[in-house]
Structures are given as structure tokens and as C-alpha cells.
Design a binder for this molecule. Structure first.
Ligand code: C2E
Ligand code: CA
Ligand code: CA
Length: 851
């Protein structure tokens, strides 16, 4: 068929059989002498065709026919698109799968009368090709149509996208923080752990952030000192430019210890990988002492020696070296490969890497700890150190060193790491380990978004009351027994952790649905259904449980745990033995108080609270030195309620805060009044009890200082009593809080001393003024020789550490006599006076008694 166009027709190219038959017109409007251009178009690797103003195909180039081999060049000229694709052969191949992209609408629109060209369209044809078609109106009112096969390009893009996604998922699930910097030391790539580990604000972490900005941020936070900044920004970067890799350790202001590895790439990029080594490093520091001892013995004859001739590939291993591994002379050859074959498979790569780095000159010494197989098949931990001997060209030809058995130390280290991660009482994972496991679960979730897990926060109901009535020892037994029941109630894959006190956290992994989590919480409640037998009594315990599910887009393990805790408070509100799943609105609305709590809050308004005062006696002088303020609740209906009963409730629900403020203010006013009245003698001190919950508040200290200033009481007359167990709950936090109290010149007394689990070493770290020996030791001091010894020891300890010691609960003259003999400085108890109201105590003071 010949082109129908009446216009001048011209062939697009001189070559190719198909183009012989193809005609081309209308393009002449594009150029005055279009021959050149037309030739070029014919060569184009783009299919090109033209329809006239009536939608009839006038011309095409060779590549167009290459693309659509089913078209018969002799049959298409002068046809409309509709006519062309309705031919069977064409239809079979050309009509696109309507499920993909916008091909169908394109065809419809194109076939409609307007035939408006639009944006490029993608056509997916039946032979799985992707063709991109772009159309333009030409000046003559025709349509120019460009066809490109982009199947390959599309596949490549898809591949690249998949690769990127995989890389992202891998990066984000890594335990290490990763950052890639380019030649100008600006940030290019990073993973989620980078933000988490350094707690960088999100706005700081973007493509193009200069390293100096990150360093400055850390500098401001106290993670670097000014001098380090110079080292990092100048020297280290210079070093990296030399394409040397670098490993270094660094301690953040938060106390975390990080290990950095910098690896320069050939393209000038630097990859930084950061591992949190706090746990192992802390454990190692704890062993500094035994390390010293080890260093001494290492100098002796205990080490094995080795000497490796690098040129001849022969190694000498000393008799002691062989003996350490239970090997006879004939068991080992002089082939270095033999040594490597004894190294634990998990350690080989690390060892070789270090050796290579040393031999290449990037590491000044070779020093590596790894496992080596003993003749009996077990592995021993060896510390191997060595030094290369270099020739004039700097190349190493000999490499020699020693091997020390550090298996014992490693075991102790592992024990320390284990202890650092487990609760001593129950042996369960502690908070640190738990959060780590949750972090791994979150990372897994990023990799496998279809899975789910849940975190449950569990708190025993009214445990503080049970604990008081049972005594601490049985309280501990109860915690252990509940822990075991929880473990038995759960699946192998779940983790129970003890967060402290009566709080547990549970990681429910790989659950199918929310219902499964509900079933598991139900089994936890069930596990407490039967009573515990403790101290000859049957005790019933229940727990409140909050559950947070992983599908809420959590990034940090702390967040999911916090939400589970919030849900637990909601469960407590509903009464005993309840479970509630976290709901995002709980984050917005504060937890509403319990009934008892509102009773407690009303107690202040209704003026039901009273403060009683019990004198503290300076035994050496026989005179009153100060008072302890003790809270009393005269409930309108129930009469007097003991603080042992209501303080734990107030602690659980938060009403302890207004109460404590009130106690502090009232006590400060009272002691000021007494001191002003007694212008003669020494000023009296006032001791006020601080609850555990309150002590945990970051604003606790400023609250106390504000109150002192409000009343006008000099800080040195206030003594804060904190129980030993509260102090030991979180040693770091306690140190910080006590330091701040101390800085404000407020005195600190450790209450109930001897009943907690404090190790004596903390007495050096905490800035304490006074130890108050728990009354249980004083009370049977006369009959129980062991207790007398305890009191004696604490008294002596106090004298050595220059701490005041108060004996609490002194009821008999005998006890006072013994305390005098031990030269205990202060005493408190019914023998001198019961706690009295302010009015009664004013009268008592007026008697001006001596003891
Ligand atoms: P604590 O701080 O160990 O207070 C000493 C307790 O021993 C007081 O009991 C006191 O009345 C009692 N006691 C004093 N001398 C003797 C004695 O010779 N023999 C015997 N058997 N007991 C004696 P209380 O007043 O019932 O207070 C109990 C606990 O309630 C206190 O123990 C303290 O932990 C808490 N508490 C009292 N007031 C407050 C307060 O204002 N704030 C806070 N957070 N806790 C308070
Ligand atoms: Ca006290
Ligand atoms: Ca006490």
C-alpha cells in the first residue's frame, strides 16, 4: 500500500529493507533542507512515526518497525491506529494488559475522536516488554509519536530499588551504628542505630551534614573536650586520607563506651562503624586489679613463645606454648597453618585481620584475645601479643611474641557481664538486657515487617504492704517464687525480666495476633491463682499487667516499655489482677488516680494529716540533737492509719508528691519555730523521710531547695532520710541526686541501714552524713549476739568513715547501755519518747530532760 498523504513523500533512510518500503512526509516542516535530519532520525534508536491530522499513519522510521515486528510495513500506511491494532497479529501482541500502568486509558483516549497527546505513557505488552510512548502535535496538525523500549532500564531501576531496600533493612537491623562520610567529610549514608546510639536530634542527621557539626553537637553535650575536637577534625581525618583504617574507643558523657572503626574506601569515602562496648569495657575495668596481677605473671615464665619466619613460612613454638595446649613436640609441626587451624572458627577472621593490619604497619602492636583448641578438645582463651621485625624497606620478615592463658580472666569477665545483665535475686534478665532484647526484636521487625511482638509490664498488686507484713526475707522469696511461676506460664520463646522491686517486664515474641498476647497475659494471671506458702502462711498475690504491641511504629525499646508501663497503670486503676493493652490516647491523658489516692489527696484538704516528731538524742551529751518528722493520717472514718499502710499506696499512685511537699514545709516551719524559741542552746536538726518514688523524680532536689527557701530554714539543719534499698535501686541516679543535695548543703541519712543489699563500697561513693541502724538490729541486740556484732561493726565503720551513726528503735535502758559502751553517737526510740504531736513535743522540750 502506498502512503495516502498527498504531501511530498520522502524516504527516511537509504539503508535497511523495511525502510525501503516505509514512507516519510510532513517532517519537512521541521527543516528547510530536511534530508540530513531525516537521515539522522532514521538512525535513531527510538521508534518514530507520524499520523496526519486525520489520525492516519503517514511515515515511520526503521526502529519503529524493529520494535513492532508484527506490523506489515506494506499494510499500515494510511491506516488509523485503531485499524492497525485491530489486525489479529497486532492485537495479540500489542494490546496491553489492562492491569498494568495506564495503557488502557491511553488507548481509549487515543482512539477517541480528539486523539489528544498527553504525558508519556507506558505500555506493557504481552511479550513482557515495557514501551514508553510520547506524542506531540506537529505544526501541520499531525501527531509525532516516539516509542522507546525501556524494559531493560525499568528492570535495572527495579533492581537498584530492591538493592537499596535490602541495604537499608540490613543497615537498620544492625547492632552497630554505621555512617558513611564522603571525601569532604560530610555525611552520606547512615542507619537508624546511629541516631539511637548517639541520641542525635533528627534534624542534624541529613545528607551533607559536615562531620564538624556532629562533633560540635557532641562537644556541647560534653562528649568531647575541646582538645579532642582538634584531634578528630584534623589529625584523624588526615590519617584517614592516607587510607589507613583506624580503631579507637571513646567514652560519652552518658557513660556509654563506644568503639569506633573507620575504614577508608578507594573512592575516598570513609565508613564509620560504632559498637557499644559499655558492658564488656565496664566488666574489664572491674578487673583492672587482677589484670595487674596478670601483667606481673606474664613477665614470668608462664607464657608460651612463638617466632614466625615470614619468609620461610616456618614457625617456632616453645615447649611452654605446646604444654599450655596439652600438645607434645611431635603433635605440632613448624607450619604456621597449624596454629591457625587450632584457633576457634569464630575468631579466625578477627585474628588474621589484626595480624595483617600489624604486618602492614597500620597497627603498632599485635595484641589479640582469642580461643585456641586444647589437645582435649576444649578451647582456652589466649592473649597473644607480638611484634614484627622489619627490614630497611619497612617490610616485615619476622614476627614473634607470646601467648598467655587468660581463660580464668575471661570466665570472670563473662560472669561479670552475666551479672551486669541479670537480676541477682531471681537470676532473670535485668532492665539493661531486656531493653537490648527488645531492641533486637525491633530490628527484626524492620527486616520482617509482617511479624509482630508485644511487651508486657507487670506489677504485683499492693506488694509493698505484703512485703512489710512478711518481712524482707519472705518478700524476696515471694518475688523469686512469682518469677518462677511467670516463666512456667509462658512459652520457650518469651523472656521474663525483673526490672526491680515487684516490677517485671515480659517480651512476647513472634505472636500471631493481639489475641495471642491476651491469652498469654491470661496465663500470667492464672499462674498467680493458687496461693504461695511463705513463713507458714498462705499468701495470695495478683498482678496488674499492661501490654504494648509492636505495630505502633516504635523506634526505641524504651518507648515500647514505657507504653506498656502506662497501660499497666491503667490496669491498676481498674483494680486487682487486670490487663490492659496500650492505646495511643493513654499517652495524652494522664492516669486518673485510684479511689484511695483521691482519699489521700483529700486528706490534705480535709486537714486529716498530722506530723509527729520523735527526738534524736546525742548519747554522748545526753541531750536532744534534733527530730525525725513522722507522718500521721487521722482518717475521718477509719481513724488513724499507719504510714506503713498508706505511704506505699501514695507511692504507687503519685499522691506522695503533694504529701511530701506538705511534710517538708510543715517540718521546716516547726523546727524554725523551736529553734527561734530556744535562743540559748545549739540549733536542732530536722530529719524528713523521702520516699523512693519521690527520690526518683529529677525535680526532687529543686523541690526541696525551693521549700527551704520558702520557709527560710538554713539547709544544714535539714537531713533527708533515704532508705538503703531506695539508694541501691539505681546507684547512678542516687549518686547524682545525693551530689545535688550535698551541693545544696543538705544532710543525708541512710535509713534502715543494714536491711538493704548495699555493698559497703558505696559508702565511699555516696556523699552521706549519717547511717541509721535499722531498729531490727537494736531490738534483739541483747539476746542475739550476731546483731550486737552488726551494730558494733556499723558503729566502727561510721567512725572510720567519719559518719554519724544513729541507733533507731531504742526501747530499754539495757540497749542504751550497750550503745554507750560501743560509743554509738546518737539514738532514737520509745525509751526517750514516742513520736509526739507538735504541741506535745513543745511541752516535752520545755522539760529540758537529760539522759
Ligand atoms: P522509719 O523512717 O524507719 O521510721 C521509724 C519508725 O519507727 C516510725 O514508725 C517510728 O514511730 C518507729 N519507732 C521509733 N522508735 C521506735 C521504737 O523504739 N520502737 C519501735 N518498735 N518503733 C519505733 P512510723 O511512724 O509508723 O513510720 C513508719 C514508716 O513510715 C517510717 O519508717 C517511714 O518509712 C514511713 N514514713 C513516716 N513518715 C513519713 C513521711 O513523712 N514520708 C515518707 N516518705 N515516709 C514516712
Ligand atoms: Ca526514717
Ligand atoms: Ca528506719
Amino acid at each position: 500500500m502506498t502512503p495516502k498523504s498527498p504531501m511530498e513523500s520522502r524516504r527516511m533512510g537509504q539503508t535497511g529493507q523495511r525502510s525501503e518500503a516505509s514512507g516519510m512526509t510532513a517532517l519537512s516542516t521541521l527543516h528547510n533542507d530536511p534530508t540530513e535530519l531525516l537521515n539522522a532520525l532514521e538512525q535513531l534508536e527510538v521508534g518514530l512515526c507520524h499520523y496526519d491530522r486525520n489520525g492516519r499513519l503517514t511515515s515511520w522510521n526503521r526502529h519503529f518497525l524493529d520494535l513492532y515486528t508484527e506490523l506489515d510495513p506494506n499494510a499500515i500506511a494510511g491506516r488509523t491506529l485503531e485499524e492497525i491494532i485491530s489486525a489479529d497479529a497486532v492485537l495479540d501482541r500489542w494490546v496491553t494488559d489492562p492491569a498494568t500502568e495506564c495503557a488502557e486509558t491511553w488507548l481509549e483516549r487515543r482512539l477517541s475522536r480528539h486523539r489528544d497527546p498527553g504525558a508519556p505513557v507506558l505500555i506493557h505488552d504481552r511479550s513482557d516488554r515495557w514501551i514508553e510512548i510520547t506524542e506531540f502535535r506537529t505544526a501541520g496538525g499531525g501527531l509525532l509519536s516516539l516509542h522507546r523500549d525501556i524494559t531493560e532500564a525499568k528492570a535495572q531501576r527495579k533492581h537498584a530499588e530492591d538493592q537499596t531496600m535490602l541495604l537499608r533493612a540490613t543497615l537498620d537491623s544492625m547492632d552497630q551504628a554505621i555512617a558513611v562520610f564522603d571525601m569532604r567529610m560530610t555525611l552520606r549514608v547512615w542507619n537508624a542505630r546511629l541516631l539511637e546510639l548517639f541520641e542525635f536530634p533528627e534534624h542534624l542527621i541529613r545528607v551533607g551534614t559536615p562531620v564538624s557539626e556532629l562533633v560540635d553537637f557532641m562537644l556541647a553535650r560534653g562528649d568531647f573536650v575541646e582538645r579532642d575536637r582538634e584531634i578528630v577534625l584534623n589529625e584523624a581525618i588526615e590519617y584517614l586520607r592516607l587510607e589507613r583504617s583506624m580503631i579507637s574507643n571513646h567514652k560519652l558523657a552518658s557513660g556509654r563506651i563506644l568503639e569506633y572503626t573507620f575504614t577508608p574506601m578507594v573512592n575516598g569515602d570513609v565508613i564509620m562503624a560504632v559498637t557499644d562496648v559499655t558492658l564488656t569495657e565496664t566488666a574489664r575495668q572491674g578487673l583492672a586489679e587482677s589484670e595487674e596481677r596478670y601483667a606481673l605473671s606474664a613477665a614470668g615464665s608462664n607464657d608460651g613463645l612463638w617466632d614466625w619466619d615470614l619468609r620461610r613460612e616456618k614457625i617456632y613454638l616453645s615447649p611452654r606454648w605446646r604444654e599450655m595446649l596439652g600438645l607434645a613436640q611431635e603433635d605440632v609441626s613448624d607450619n604456621p597453618a597449624e596454629w591457625f587451624s587450632r584457633i576457634h572458627p569464630d575468631d579466625v577472621a578477627r585474628v588474621t585481620k589484626q595480624i595483617d593490619a600489624h604486618l602492614a604497619g597500620t597497627l603498632p602492636h599485635f595484641e589479640c584475645e582469642f580461643r585456641v583448641r586444647h589437645a582435649d578438645g576444649t578451647y582456652l582463651w589466649m592473649l597473644t601479643r607480638g611484634l614484627a621485625v622489619r627490614g630497611e624497606d619497612g617490610g616485615a620478615h619476622r614476627f614473634a611474641g607470646s601467648q598467655t592463658d587468660i581463660t580464668g580472666r575471661k570466665r570472670a569477665e563473662q560472669q561479670l557481664v552475666h551479672d551486669a545483665l541479670h537480676d541477682a535475686l531471681t537470676g532473670l534478665p535485668n532492665r539493661t538486657l531486656f531493653l537490648d532484647l527488645v531492641r533486637k526484636a525491633l530490628a527484626r521487625l524492620r527486616r520482617e515487617p509482617d511479624t509482630r511482638f508485644a511487651v508486657a509490664f507487670l506489677d504485683l498488686d499492693r506488694f509493698k504492704i505484703v512485703n512489710e507484713s512478711l518481712g524482707h526475707v519472705h518478700g524476696d522469696d515471694l518475688i523469686v517464687a512469682t518469677a518462677r511461676r511467670f516463666e512456667n506460664a509462658l512459652r520457650e520463646s518469651d523472656t521474663v525480666a525483673r526490672l526491680g522491686g515487684d516490677e517485671f517486664a515480659i517480651l512476647l515474641e513472634e505472636i500471631e495476633s493481639k489475641d495471642e498476647a491476651t491469652r498469654l497475659s491470661e496465663s500470667l494471671h492464672q499462674s498467680l491463682a493458687s496461693p504461695f506458702r511463705l513463713g507458714g502462711k498462705e499468701i495470695f498475690v495478683s498482678a496488674s499487667l499492661g501490654v504494648a504491641h509492636s505495630d505502633q511504629g516504635y523506634e526505641r525499646p524504651e518507648d515500647i516499655l514505657r507504653d506498656a508501663e502506662l497501660a499497666m497503670y491503667r490496669a491498676k486503676e481498674r483494680g486487682k489482677a487486670q490487663s490492659i493493652a496500650f492505646d495511643s490516647e493513654m499517652r495524652v491523658w494522664p492516669v486518673t488516680p485510684l479511689d484511695l489516692d483521691s482519699d489521700l489527696r483529700r486528706a490534705l484538704e480535709r486537714d486529716e494529716m498530722r506530723l509527729h516528731y520523735q527526738p534524736i538524742i546525742n548519747i554522748r551529751r545526753g541531750k536532744i540533737a534534733g527530730f525525725e518528722a513522722l507522718l500521721r493520717w487521722f482518717h475521718a472514718e477509719r481513724g488513724e492509719i499507719s504510714p506503713i499502710e498508706f505511704i506505699p499506696v501514695a507511692e504507687e499512685t503519685g499522691s506522695i508528691f503533694p504529701l511530701s511537699q506538705w511534710v517538708l514545709r510543715t517540718a521546716a516551719r516547726q523546727i524554725t519555730e523551736w529553734n527561734t524559741a530556744r535562743a540559748t542552746s545549739d540549733e536542732l536538726e530536722i530529719s524528713v523521710n523521702l520516699s523512693g518514688r519521690q527520690f526518683a523524680r529529677p525535680d526532687a532536689v529543686s523541690g526541696i531547695i525551693d521549700c527551704l527557701e520558702g520557709v527560710g530554714l538554713p539547709a544544714h539543719l535539714l537531713k533527708i532520710e533515704i532508705t538503703e534499698s531506695t539508694l541501691m535501686e539505681d546507684v547512678d541516679r542516687s549518686t547524682e541526686m545525693l551530689d545535688r543535695l550535698k551541693a545544696a548543703n543538705i544532710k543525708i541519712c541512710v535509713d534502715d541501714f543494714g536491711t538493704g543489699y548495699s555493698s559497703l563500697s558505696y559508702l565511699h561513693t555516696f556523699p552521706i552524713d549519717t547511717l541509721k541502724i535499722d531498729k531490727s538490729f537494736i531490738q534483739d541486740m541483747s539476746s542475739n549476739y550476731q546483731n550486737l556484732e552488726i551494730v558494733r561493726t556499723i558503729t566502727m565503720l561510721g567512725q572510720n568513715l567519719r559518719l554519724d551513726v544513729i541507733a533507731e528503735g531504742v526501747e530499754t535502758p539495757d540497749q542504751l547501755g550497750q550503745l554507750r559502751a560501743l560509743d554509738c553517737h546518737y539514738a532514737q526510740g520509745f525509751l526517750f519518747s514516742k513520736p509526739l504531736s507538735a504541741a506535745d513535743m513543745t511541752a516535752f522540750l520545755a522539760e529540758d530532760k537529760s539522759w
